[in-house]
Ligand binder design. Sequence first.
Ligand code: FAD
Length: 596
Amino acid sequence: MLPFVKFGLSLFLLSSLWCALSVTAAPLRRVRPSDATWPSVTEWEKLKKNVGGRLWPVKDPLSACRKNTKSKACFEALSLMKNPFYVQEQPGGTELSGWFKAWDSSLSRYVVEARTTQDVVAAINFARTKNLRLVVKGGAHSYLGQSNAPDSLLLWTKNMNKITLHNAFTPHDCPGKPVPAATIEAGANWLQAYDAITTRGRRYVQGGGCTTVGVAGFIQTGGFGEFSKRWGVASAGLLEAEVVTSDGAVLTTNACTNPDLFWALKGAGASFGVITKVTLQTHALPKYFGSAEMKIKARSDIAFKKLLKEFFIFYRSNLLNPNWGEKIVIRKNNSLEISMLCQSLTKEQMMVIWKPFSEWVQKQSGDLETSSSLTLSVVPAEKWWDYAYLTKTMPQSIKTDQRPKARKKFWWKNSNREVGLYIQGADSLWIPKKFLSGPSLDQLVQALFDASRLSPLELHFNKGLAGASKAVIEAAKKTPLNPVMIDAFALLITSKGEGKVYKNIKEHEPNLVRAQKSAKRVQKAMAVMRTLIPSGGTYNPQADFFGKNWQQRAWGPHYKRLLFLKKRYDPVGLFVGRHYVGSEFWSDDGFTKIQK
Ligand SMILES: Cc1cc2nc3c(=O)[nH]c(=O)nc-3n(C[C@H](O)[C@H](O)[C@H](O)COP(=O)(O)OP(=O)(O)OC[C@H]3O[C@@H](n4cnc5c(N)ncnc54)[C@H](O)[C@@H]3O)c2cc1C
């Protein structure tokens, strides 16, 4: 070949290669309604037909207030939005109204109300082929705002909520001893699950404490409930899940079939596909569940630190075991609020356990005042979630759904704060067990004291597995959660927020000046704690939206493998959201792929 022909050919090849590179280098961007490539009316109609007619534009639950905040319709809408069941029954609703400078509850353009796995497949295929931003919503309880995005297609699973109990379940193609279990469809909330499994089925399943949280949404984060020190991380009880991946394939996952994906679903699931149903192991119910409550206020800073230290010593020797969970709250007015829950113990046993601490507190009457003295109560375990029993015997602990057609729905009073909450700042951190003794305990007490001057601190003892059985710990190791939670005695959570406020609703707007100040205080409080415990990680669903190094904090050494699996199961990045595996390759709004 003549040299100039060769040269010309190389040039041609080079330029076409350059063209190809330029084409691939153009950032991938999901389409918005204003784009020419947004699906046509005919295409939407086709999708609607494929999902049994259940495709709609998303309605704004607060539309009446956007027009006139003084109207009766607005008053009624705001009142309904105080009910978390109502909120999650609206495709456009979110439990939280937003997070300062992070996200504001927003409406997708269209919603597919999935009732079957085939609906999920159709929505995923449509979103992928039409290059749409897809969001998935179950119980609508994401703190990080992952289940809402403007200009997106919403896949809403709320009404996929069938529950089936099994006396003996064996995962598909996975031989082993059959165990009792429950199969729960993606959109069921924990109240529906507990009603079927505990109240009527007389079995225990490890789920979450908040009745309105979605089951699949919870399991895919890992999930800790009141008694996780006894029955483990909720996702460790997952026997099998059906999941639809970004290519529209319906996959059965369990320890033997698609085991990699099964592992990833147990703590990073939303990044990998849409779970359509989960099968969770159930357990024999203990005889009782119980609670121990107390509020103590110290008269001086020194007395408060002494109180904290004494409580932790008591906790270490009496409560750091599979029987006890739940939390304490430490406030800047030097008060300690104790709300512990237990399983399997009688009231007499509880009294013996708490005697040393309660006597110690009494002896300090010069330094401490008990604004609410120790109250111990027990409930037959099968009544723990029983609407009829609770409304009769503990009406002060719950709020009930008052709508005429609402059947037996309640939520705990202590989770009422979150409904319509606008988060100003929040973060979480696992605290290793070593801080319960020796000089580390003094350091912990000092740090908690200092941090609580800035923001109230909650220590959730059930969200760390120190004190759990070997079996529970081994099962937790088979999840992708940051392993620091195994040796942690508690998860520290701090958050500040303003309740029942909504962006762009006059007279009900969040106070942004206050939000700015609170956000700073939360950050400073966590800086104090992270200085003491730099490698304490975080629990992703309750992490700081702006947290640095979030991949490492949430999943620790597992992130590399998760990212590898993300590329395998979702190479097109259909499942993108705040703190999703691989979301560092996408813009914050999840629309544009970033070259890194
Ligand atoms: C009031 C409140 C109490 C909470 N209590 C606890 C607690 O006790 N323990 C604990 O561990 N956590 C708790 N959380 C955190 C909560 O479990 C997580 O935020 C969980 O992801 C919420 O799931 P959801 O379906 O309700 O929310 P959604 O907002 O609907 O979903 C949350 C995330 O899960 C994804 N998702 C939902 N459904 C599916 C599905 N079928 N397949 C794949 N991805 C899906 C969404 O896309 C989103 O990324 C609480 C949160 C709130 C607001």
